[in-house]
Design a protein around this ligand. Structure first.
Ligand SMILES: Nc1ncnc2c1ncn2[C@@H]1O[C@H](COP(=O)(O)OP(=O)(O)O)[C@@H](O)[C@H]1O
Ligand SMILES: [Mg+2]
Length: 326
């Protein structure tokens, strides 16, 4: 079955841009594919791909393990992603298999993050702290994916997203995870219930509207029953994906911007990225690139409010214009 894309902000934005720029368009596959036509030239948008990145660079970004290796070789600080292939692909792994190396990483770092090597949206991303959790996470990922990536777990002080276009940073925002603020009596579950019932005073205790997406059933019973102390901020997720309830805060982090600009210029010039979103974290070891998405998905960002919609639209407009120059 083809998923219908028509309702998304993305499709709405691309159609608006086409009208405003005098571009004819045809869509295919439930609006997941756009063919744009102007002055006899044809361009295609497939998913969130505008055809601006070379094919090999796109493939590199999709492969978290490979991207991490290449960034290290370019001197770009990054969250290491160690690549492991599913036992179904045993002939590539050789007789040593995966477990020993994974166990060694767990022993070295104490806490790891396991994720599909080519995953997105924070899905099947697990934090593991013991052998049992490690095996369970690997098993779950290998059921759906041929390879996974293992990273040390970092306590993230701040996570940023930067949209890079044609050698420049077009947008920088930090991601705020959904949270509740304790009143010293209510459990996390109760605080969330009060919030969704719209009781006064509680609404502001959730980071932003997007935080409501962090649904209660996604939280374990232990978390729901926790009673945060009065005034304590209790985060509902350790992941920073906007699709999992985090929200975008539009502010340039002055202290980190110089380093971020340097990283963006290396990624543009030495990795060959033309249009991408780059996720970076600040942890005790400083700034590190977490991942590079060669498809620029701004669905949740553009849906946050009128301002973010406008910002996303102008970035996509520039990408469309650039694609016709290529
Ligand atoms: N090594 C890590 N340490 C701490 N948090 C992490 C780590 N890797 C991922 N995360 C958290 O999980 C989220 C999703 O991970 P990410 O690598 O971006 O996968 P995806 O491509 O599925 O979004 C990140 O936004 C981040 O908040
Ligand atoms: Mg991500």
């Amino acid at each position: 079955m083809i998923m219908i894309n028509s309702e998304t902000n993305f499709v709405k934005i691309i159609k608006e841009i086409c009208k405003e720029e005098g571009i004819e368009w045809t869509t295919f596959s439930g609006d997941w594919i756009f063919r744009l036509q102007k002055d006899g030239a044809y361009r295609y948008i497939i998913g969130y791909q505008f055809g601006l990145n070379p094919c090999s660079v796109h493939a590199l970004c999709c492969d978290k393990g490979a991207a991490s290796e290449v960034m290290t070789s370019l001197g770009v600080p990054n969250v290491p992603h160690y690549y492991f292939m599913s036992p179904d692909e045993q002939h590539y792994i050789g007789k040593y298999g995966n477990w020993k190396a994974m166990e060694e990483l767990l022993e070295t770092y104490g806490a790891l993050v396991l994720k599909p090597n080519e995953g997105t949206g924070g899905n099947l991303v697990f934090c593991v702290r013991n052998q049992y959790e490690l095996e369970q996470a690997a098993f779950r990922i290998f059921k759906s994916y041929p390879a996974l990536a293992v990273s040390p777990f970092y306590e993230i002080e701040q996570e940023y997203r930067v949209i890079l276009l044609n050698g420049e940073k077009k947008l920088v925002y930090s991601k705020r995870r959904p949270y509740v603020v304790g009143d010293g009596e209510s459990s996390v579950g109760m605080l969330l219930q009060k919030q969704s019932a719209g009781l006064s005073g509680i609404m502001t205790d959730i980071a932003c509207d997007a935080g409501r997406k962090a649904r209660m059933e996604e939280l374990s019973a232990a978390v729901q029953n926790t009673v945060p102390k009065k005034g304590d901020v209790f985060y509902l997720s350790w992941k920073h994906n906007l699709g999992k309830g985090a929200c975008a805060v539009l502010e340039e982090p002055d202290a980190d911007m110089e380093q971020i600009r340097g990283i963006i210029s290396v990624l543009s010039e030495q990795m060959g990225l033309k249009f991408a979103s780059v996720d970076l974290i600040r942890c005790t070891e400083g700034i590190k690139v977490l991942e590079i998405n060669s498809g620029v998905m701004m669905e949740y960002f553009s849906g946050q409010d009128e301002n973010t919609y406008r910002i996303a639209k102008e970035i996509y407009r520039e990408a469309v214009r650039l694609s016709f120059l290529a």
